[in-house]
Write a protein that binds this ligand. Structure first.
Ligand code: IPE
Ligand code: IPE
Ligand code: MG
Length: 236
């Protein structure tokens, strides 16, 4: 009989949360209504990740290119972020969530920057789930910033390795995503974790982000469990 082994749960799931605007448009609602509903999906997904034993959940909430949206939409998204942080922080802390922010948080202004940093400090010792929020994040900007740090450190070119370069990225200390999910049917990376997803399993679903939750998260994990990860190697 073949050995039955437990189906692997991904240690790190990263999600490109997409489709809020289309969710709202389909209901004749303003885009902001889609973003509000999307915030509820974030809460459900954090709970689902904890329930499934996932250790790291990275959510792409705002890309470095999303500043190109209308000032009104940027303001709506910033407001929602602030509101989410204030309303969810205590509950997340109680659930054992350690919050980490990647991206250029300073672009959201000094007040929100300070709140985000305070939330990280408050939850720093929690270990149930590390929730990584990508805010004003761009994969290319992350790589360029790391390269600048390497140069500024005076490191010899030959001393640079994949390992010490990864330690200069915003995601230092966080294992690479095992599974990358994008909702809404779009099939692209949109400048998310370019370095870190080199060997992630990719999963694209037509579900719009505001409709995402425990069932769709569980289905994604089931699909992940069927994948064979080889990292380039083959049995001898
Ligand atoms: C995702 O939904 C949220 C952000 C990118 C901030 P969108 O706002 O991109 O929704 P669509 O793609 O227009 O439907
Ligand atoms: C990617 O979604 C960014 C986030 C989900 C935060 P977009 O909706 O901004 O990406 P494009 O423009 O369709 O590539
Ligand atoms: Mg989109």
């Amino acid at each position: 009989m073949p050995e039955v082994s437990a189906r692997p749960v991904p240690q790190h799931v990263a999600i490109i949360m997409d489709g809020n605007g289309r969710w709202a448009a389909g209901r004749g609602l303003p885009r902001a209504a889609g973003h509000r509903e999307g915030a509820k999906a974030v809460r459900r997904t954090v709970e689902a990740a904890i329930a499934k034993g996932v250790r790291y959940l990275t959510l792409f909430a705002f890309s470095s290119e999303n500043w190109r949206r209308s000032p009104g939409e940027v303001a709506d998204l910033t407001f929602l972020l602030k509101h989410y942080l204030r309303s969810e922080l205590n509950e997340m802390h109680a659930q054992g969530v350690c919050l980490k922010i990647i991206g250029e948080r300073e672009r959201f202004g000094p007040n929100l920057t300070a709140e985000l940093t305070a939330a990280e400090t408050k939850t720093a010792n929690n270990s149930k789930l590390t929730l990584v929020m990508a805010l004003s994040y761009g994969g290319r900007a992350d790589i360029v910033a790391a390269a600048r740090k390497a140069i500024a450190s005076g490191m010899a070119a030959a001393a640079l390795t994949e390992e010490n370069f990864a330690a200069l990225l915003d995601t230092r200390g966080i294992p690479d995503p095992d599974l990358l999910i994008r909702t809404s049917g779009e099939v692209r990376i949109s400048n998310f974790l370019l370095w870190q997803t080199a060997y992630s399993e990719l999963l694209f679903t037509d579900v719009l982000w505001p409709d995402f939750g425990a069932a769709t998260f569980a289905a994604a994990l089931d699909e992940y469990a069927t994948r064979e990860r080889r990292f380039g190697a083959r049995p001898a």
